[in-house]
Design a protein around this ligand. Structure first.
Ligand SMILES: Nc1ncnc2c1ncn2[C@@H]1O[C@H](COP(=O)(O)OP(=O)(O)O)[C@@H](O)[C@H]1O
Ligand SMILES: [Mg+2]
Length: 256
């Protein structure tokens, strides 16, 4: 089981759009894939036409039979653990548990360890995180293999990335690979082009980047992954390149 979290301190940077498209591409490649929509705003659940509510809320996920909470999507191999409005209280819930920073890790380990359950069979889990740096974020850092971080190339982005790298240099997070990539790149803007070059030369960002495109915004109208309805669009192509870059890294790690 491989865990990729779409993570940023900021909102509105492309986490959800990327999570939905990459999870779709993973599933389309034949990998049994689960997307966990951990943001109470429930955008991933909305895009995938799944009702954003869970019987029993947070307790229903962490303390009851998770299999029953998982929903299928319209696509083969692709399931969703939906959002629920109660997720806004995840920090409070974790805080009341014995090991508050290990909750997601423990949950996902049990989940994968139990081969008899439906949930045990996922090969790749994507987590769509809410913005911020909270107890939930610390849980994600300990649970994920990859942290995929969308960066919009603006003047403050270098600083934001450095802040994130500092914040994520935590104990018990040595296994974690932080993979920043450029998101919503507007090639017409000089500032975007310059910042992009600066980030690519001075920081370790992935080669693939997602261009700014109204095709991505249309996901809200279509309620489908962009790569499903416009696979040949510039942004669709970019998501596919990002997926193959990520896939190559996963394959390399599995060989080690
Ligand atoms: N590459 C892109 N080009 C244009 N609009 C985008 C792009 N990526 C995301 N958006 C739009 O920006 C908004 C925020 O994107 P979203 O993926 O929900 O970010 P986050 O999950 O980080 O809050 C959404 O309205 C989405 O449609
Ligand atoms: Mg989001």
């Amino acid at each position: 089981m491989y865990i990729t979290a779409l993570f940023s301190i900021k909102g509105g940077v492309g986490k959800t759009s990327t999570a939905v498209n990459l999870a779709y591409l993973s599933a389309a490649s034949g990998v049994r894939t689960l997307l966990w929509d951990l943001d109470p705003q429930a955008a991933s659940s909305f895009y995938l036409r799944v009702d954003a509510s869970i019987k029993g809320g947070i307790e229903g996920v962490f303390e009851k039979n998770t299999d029953k909470r998982i929903k299928g999507t319209d696509y083969p191999n692709f399931d969703l653990l939906p959002s629920d409005w109660s997720y806004r209280n995840l920090d409070l819930y974790f805080h009341a548990q014995k090991k508050p920073k290990q909750q997601i890790r423990r949950f996902l380990q049990e989940f994968s360890g139990n081969e008899r359950t439906y949930a045990g069979a996922y090969e790749h889990i994507f987590i769509d995180c809410p913005p911020g740096f909270t107890l939930l974020s610390e849980n994600i850092l300990r649970a994920a293999d990859d942290l995929l971080v969308p960066i919009i190339p603006t003047t403050l982005s270098l600083r934001t990335l450095d802040q994130l790298l500092e914040m994520t240099a935590l104990p018990k997070c040595n296994h974690l690979r932080i993979l920043p990539f450029l998101s919503m790149v507007d090639g017409r803007k000089r500032l975007h082009r310059d910042t992009m070059t600066q980030l690519q030369t001075q920081r370790r960002v992935l080669r693939s980047y997602i261009p700014y495109s109204s095709d991505v915004e249309k996901m809200g109208l279509r309620r489908e992954p962009l790569v499903a309805y416009a696979p040949r669009s510039a942004a669709g192509h970019a998501f596919k390149l990002l997926w193959s870059e990520l896939q190559n890294r996963v394959a390399t790690l599995k060989q080690k």
